[in-house]
Design a protein around this ligand. Structure first.
Ligand code: CA
Length: 226
């Protein structure tokens, strides 16, 4: 069971979403305006945010960006009638984890909700983890390398958290630029490589022969915890 905040102004859709989510055992809080959502979020973050874009008092994209700028890692699934490729890219760049154009089928929505919650559960369970000689506590934002405290910048934390959430998956430099740096892939992919080498210094015994944060030639990087 998860706490889900649903920000949506279409009453019919709210009703069917609320019923479906509750039937799957989730606790749902509904708000129809951004101002209301901001108030609720001040009191604590939900396990998942389902966010409409066209709302009576503004654009859901703004709320998504605000949360990411504040460092919130709550999964965000955007629900919107703006189904064009451009709109989808804007949503993902604003920090959404997934994007579902309306109209959608409820089983598809539920599959995506469960996938995002699985990832989150793993993330919560993995608050404390060892990757090579790096020991990180993600919830406390503390890191030790070879038993010595290391200071990670905000960007380094974002990169590490993203890699941890996607461990075992090959992630392209373009994706990292979009999701971690929130900039377009046209910007320097070299930047990514520089940050990757920094993380490697903290986790690898031999950065020249990485065992944990490995390069996948021509594609990107993959984090293996073992
Ligand atoms: Ca709407």
């Amino acid at each position: 069971m998860a706490d889900i905040l649903l920000v949506e102004d279409d009453a019919t859709l709210v009703l069917s979403l609320e019923m479906t989510l509750q039937a799957h055992g989730h606790h749902v809080i509904v708000c129809r305006r951004l101002a209301e959502a901001r108030d609720i979020l001040k009191g604590g973050l939900p396990d998942l945010l389902l966010l409409d874009l066209g709302l009576p008092d503004g654009d859901g994209l703004d709320l998504c960006q605000e949360l990411r700028q504040q460092g919130a890692i709550t999964p965000i699934l955007m629900l919107t009638a703006r189904g064009t490729l451009g709109a989808r890219v804007d949503g993902l760049r604003a920090g959404a984890d997934d994007y579902l154009p309306k109209p959608f089928d409820l089983p598809e929505l539920m599959a995506r909700v469960e996938a995002l919650l699985r990832r989150r559960r793993w993330h919560q369970g993995g608050g404390d983890l060892h990757i090579g000689k790096l020991h990180v506590d993600l919830s406390q934002r503390r890191a030790l390398s070879d038993e010595e405290a290391v200071h990670l910048t905000d960007l380094e934390w974002r990169l590490l958290t993203y890699l941890v959430e996607r461990r075992g998956e090959v992630i392209s430099r373009d994706e990292l630029l979009r999701r971690v740096w929130q900039s377009s892939p046209e910007s320097q992919t070299r930047t990514v490589d520089v940050f990757i080498s920094r993380l490697r210094r903290w986790m690898e015994e031999d950065s020249a022969k990485p065992r944990y944060l490995i390069s996948v030639r021509g594609v990107g990087y993959c984090l293996n915890q073992d």
